[in-house]
Structure formats: C-alpha cells, structure tokens
Design a protein around this ligand. Sequence first.
Ligand code: SIN
Length: 289
Amino acid sequence: MTLNVRTFDAALGAEVRDVDLSNPPDDETFAAIEEAYNEHSVLLFREQSIDEVQHLAFSRRFGDLEVHVLDQYLHPEHPEILIVSNVMDGDRHVGIYDAGRYWHTDLSYMAVPSRGSLLYAIEVPHDEDGKPLGDTLFASTSAAYDALSDSMKSRIADLKAEFSLANRHAKLIADGDANAELEDRHHDRAPPAVHKIVRTHPITGRKSIYVNEGQTARILDLPEDEARDLLEKLCTHCTKPEFVYRHKWRPGDLLMWDNIPTQHLAICDYALPQRRYLHRTTLRGTPPQ
Ligand code: SIN
C-alpha cells in the first residue's frame, strides 16, 4: 500500500492525498496514515466532507478521545467534539473563541496530556479579496530540540515545569478578555500538572522540548529569574521560523497534529461578521516520559 503523501516545505507536516475520510480507511491504509502521522507530526487532508459521526469514527481509530475541560464549548450532541469558533448565539459563544491565542500544546496542563488533535474546518474567514484569515502555525519542538547545543541539552535534561490552564486564562484576562474567567469545575478538573521539559516520544523515540508560552507557568527548582529567563528562551527558540509550518485553512480541511513534538498558535486576524467555525476531536495520551 502506497499512501500519496506530499511533505511540506517546512520542518514538519505533510498532505495526504486521495483519501476520502467519509469512508473508513481500510486497515492497511489506516496503518499507512498512522505511520505518516508519527513521521510528519502534522497531516493535512483537503477537500473532505465529513459529518460529526465520521469525524469521531476516524479519530477513534487512533485511540480513546478526551472530553475537553472547557465543557461550555462542547458539541451539544457529541461531547467528544470541541467547537472552535468565534460565532455567537445571542450573547453566548457557541465555541471556544480564543483557542490557540498563545503558543501551546493541547492539554499540556493535564496530568496526562493529549496525544493529538484532529481539527475539521467548516467555515473559514477571509478578507474582501478572498484571502483566508485565521491561519494556524505549527512548530516542531523535536526539530527545535535537535538544534539545541549539547550544553543546553544537558542543562534541561532533568528539569520539570508546572503547566496550568489557570496560567492561560490569567494571560487572557491580562490581555483584556473579560470572559476568560474559569469556573470552580474547570479548576477541579485541571489542577496544575508537572512534566519534564524534555519529552521522549513513546512511538518514535524522538526527544522534544515540552514548554509553551500559554500553559507553562514556571520551570521548577531554579532561582526565579533564571527559571523565567530559561522558559522565555526555550519558548522563543521553539517558535523560530525555521521550525514552523503555517497552515492556511480551506473549508473541508481536516488537519491533525501530534501534541508531543509540536506546539501551535492560531492567528486571530478576523472578527465577526467574518466567521470561523471548526470541530476538534482530541486524542487521549499516555503519561509523559
Ligand atoms: C486549537 O488550539 O486547537 C485551535 C487551533 C485553531 O483554532 O486553529
């Protein structure tokens, strides 16, 4: 079985062609997709037309799914789908409108972070000339790790950091989002978690840098100034242009990414009446190593 895979001209990512996800891929095709996913970290399937049930069925081939902590943004009939959208129903946001506002890795603030996410674009905003808006940037944190000096690799080898959803929301509030207040139930489900800042991928064995701007609160066991400087330095390093792929969305794109060796950022360069509406499933992970 040869899967038609075109790698992007970037440190990560590839497009898979000639696969129609509305028909469940046979086992051989699925195995090839999974292999490409592990190799390229970000996979794009263009021109798909899938409903919620087909999206869920394809996602479940990779394993169990998460129900997102921010339960106010779940699909009303399919709680394993998180709605990512700026669309309003009266004064209520129908989906998470600020997803991806800071560089982050999905669910890095959970004790067991997510393996990956599958985001399906239904409506994509565009400007008057038809140019798509709301791009998403992906950085390869394994390429970023490989590019570190040997002395930096040994400096960070055993360090740990605290990750927290509250950290992200404190940033949103500081940046003027008055709606970003978390409820007690969110804090209860997602207390701060501690992870090593160098992760080893359980399948590929590749190492990656595991800190991000949005959800890493602090590096532990270092003097405060040194911890802050190191966190800033690593976050800046991970998102250098040479490690980044920029995705320009089209309706019908199914984009999936591996949350272990990547982080991502959504560009908020649109506003209603320009509508952005996507469905995301989130794959449950395994305890980080
Ligand atoms: C996300 O962080 O999962 C959403 C990314 C996006 O809205 O492009």
